[in-house]
Design a protein around this ligand. Sequence first.
Ligand code: SAM
Length: 321
Amino acid sequence: MEKNLASEINYLRLSITDRCNLRCLYCTTWDKWEKLPAPEILRYEEMLRLAGVAAAVGLRKVRVTGGEPLVRRGVVEFIQALHQVSGLEEICLTTNGVLFKDLAQDLHAAGLRHVNVSLDSLKRARYRELTGSDNLWEVLSGLEQAAALGFHPLKINCVVLKGINDDELLDFALLARDRPYQVRFIEFMPTISPERWRPHFFSMEEVRRRLAAALGQGVPVGRNPTAGPARIFHFPGFRGELGFISTLSQHHCPTCNRLRLTAAGRLRPCLFAAPELDLKGPLRRGESDEALGQIFREAMQRKTAPRDDLPPGCAMIGIGG
Ligand code: SAM
C-alpha cells in the first residue's frame, strides 16, 4: 500500500447531525435514506471531548458539517465551545445557507469566521428543483450578510452537473468578480447509482476550459498547510477568487490531510473508502483520552493510496461531504 504523502493529517470534518432541511437530488438516494435514531448521534459534550482528543494528536482545523449543521439546536453554543478547545487553530462551517442569515450575527459573535456555503444554482426554479425548497433568496441574503459581517474566507461550493447547471458556470464565476467570495467548482461524485450519476458528470478540465474562454487562465494562488484540495486562481479585476476541485478526474489522495467523524461517532479515514473506526463505543464505555487518541492515530495510518476503483454510492448526507 502506498503511503499518504500529506506532511500532516491536520484537518477533521465533524458532522454534527445527519438531518438536513434540503433534499438535493444528487446527495443520496432519498427513498432509501433512514435517519439515525437520536441516541445514536453524538451529544455535543461527546463531540467536544473528541475534538480535544483530536487536537491532542495533532489535528488543527475542524470543519463543522452535517446533514445540515444549522438545523441542530444549540449549534451556536457548540461552535463557541469548539473555539475554546485547546490546540484547535481553525474552526469552519459548511452549510447550505438556508438558515445562515438568521444565525450569522450569533455565529460571528461565537468566534466563527470561516464559512462555506453550498449552492448549485442561481436560478430560483432550478434551485427549487435541485433542492426541493424555495430558499434561494435566503441563501443569497445570508451570503451578503456574511460578507458584511466580515466572514472570511467566504466560500461558495458549486457541484457542476452536466445538463443541469453547466450553463451557469460564468454566472457563478462572476459572483467572485463582484463580491469577495471564493467560488469553488466541484466535480460530481457518484453518491447515487451509476446510471443516474454518469450522465451528469462534468470534468473540472472542461469547467476550466469553458471559463478560460471567457476569463483567461487566472493566476494560481498559494495554499496554506490546512487547505483542502481546491486549486485556487485569481482573475484580474476580481474581488474574490475561483477554485476548482477535481475529486474524481485527478484524485488528491496523496496529499489529503483530513479525517471525517460522522454524527454516529464513526471515524472515516477516506471519503470513498470504508471501513470506519468506531469512536462512540469506546467513548461511551468510558475509555481514556489516550485510548481514544490511539483510534485517531490508527485512522491516520489507514489513509490509503490513490484509488482507481470507485466505491458504490456512498451517502454524502451521512458523511458530511
Ligand atoms: N448541508 C451542508 C452543506 O450543504 O454544505 C453540509 C453537508 S453537504 C453533504 C456537504 C457538501 O457535499 C455540499 O457542498 C454538497 O454539495 C456536497 N455533495 C453532496 N453530494 C455530492 C456529490 N455527489 N458530489 C459532490 N459533492 C457532493
